[in-house]
Design a protein around this ligand. Structure first.
Ligand SMILES: Nc1ncnc2c1ncn2[C@@H]1O[C@H](COP(=O)(O)OP(=O)(O)OP(=O)(O)O)[C@@H](O)[C@H]1O
Ligand SMILES: O=c1ccn([C@@H]2O[C@H](COP(=O)(O)O)[C@@H](O)[C@H]2O)c(=O)[nH]1
Length: 256
């Protein structure tokens, strides 16, 4: 049975790599094949899940559930996601972490492009980010069966939104969008403090200014878009991490 599944996914994978992004979009579909090599299509109905060393079971699943987590840099998205994972069993996928991992991957042809964007607070083309996210979702589902995801720090601009909508929206159930609201001053202080030990090339005053400009000029419109769809759950992120999490808990507690 495993080999049947393996053969099936391999052939579907070739199809996926060939057709997943329109070659005309920015004329780079071939470029992204390296990332997509391991991306398998998300299941629409069911997936086989390994449960224990002595056997497997078929788990009938709906579409993977997705919560987007948005907010300015340093608003505490990652901190809260860790708590949500522990309490509610989601898998946390940080788009920024995935991009940093791809940047650091030996042989990545996108490393320089990703770093240039990160340092300047600009947004990486969606083809890269979306492929990394889809890949991570598929790997998680296959490895653990967990199909509930916190997608942290994505979508951040119109390009992200369009790319996700055309490629992924039909394959997932969008639960809601968690929006952490926090002032620029407070967020900047947090990131500068984090910068003392994070090693991040963008936790400095110059990059932070640019990241905030991108947030205001590009990401706020995406949050507004989801507000119009009544999907946004807004949280005051200026309090302590535990106090913020009290609010977060009420939101996840309301979910079925
Ligand atoms: N509620 C809070 N109060 C004070 N400090 C916080 C709070 N939440 C997080 N922090 C700290 O602020 C810094 C940024 O937090 P975190 O990494 O969770 O933010 P983020 O929104 O994921 O940031 P980015 O988008 O830049 O990755 C971290 O050093 C974290 O420990
Ligand atoms: O979807 C995304 C997410 C992130 N980026 C780039 O990465 C940095 C850092 O992101 P964090 O969420 O703060 O870890 C961000 O400023 C962007 O340059 C991206 O391009 N697309």
């Amino acid at each position: 049975m495993t080999s049947v599944i393996a053969r099936t996914t391999t052939s579907v994978l070739h199809h996926h790599i060939k057709h997943c992004w329109s070659a005309t979009r920015i004329g780079v579909s071939k470029q992204f094949a390296n990332i997509r090599q391991t991306a398998l299509p998300l299941p629409s109905k069911s997936i086989r899940v390994s449960t224990c060393p002595f056997g497997t079971k078929y788990s009938v699943m709906g579409k993977p559930k997705v919560v987007f987590v948005l907010g300015p840099p340093g608003s505490g998205k990652g901190t809260q996601c860790e708590k949500i994972v522990k309490e509610f069993g989601y898998t946390h996928l940080s788009a920024g972490d995935l991009l940093r991992e791809e940047r650091n991957r030996e042989g990545s042809e996108f490393g320089a492009l990703i770093e240039d964007n990160i340092k300047n607070g600009r947004i990486v083309p969606v083809e890269i980010t979306c492929a990394l996210l889809e890949n991570a979702m598929n790997k998680t589902i296959q490895a653990t069966g967990n199909d509930r995801f916190l997608i942290d720090g994505f979508p951040r601009n119109e390009d992200n939104l369009q790319g996700w909508t055309s490629k992924m929206a039909d394959k997932v159930e969008q639960q809601f969008v968690l929006f952490f609201e926090c002032s620029e001053q407070q967020c900047t202080e947090r990131c500068l403090k984090r910068g003392e030990s994070s090693g991040r090339s963008d936790d400095n005053a110059e990059s932070l200014k640019k990241r905030f400009n991108t947030y205001i000029n590009d990401t706020v419109a995406i949050i507004k878009h989801y507000e119009e769809l009544q999907l946004v759950k807004k949280i005051d992120a200026s309090a302590s991490p535990d106090a913020v999490f009290e609010h977060v808990k009420t939101i996840f507690g309301e979910q079925k």
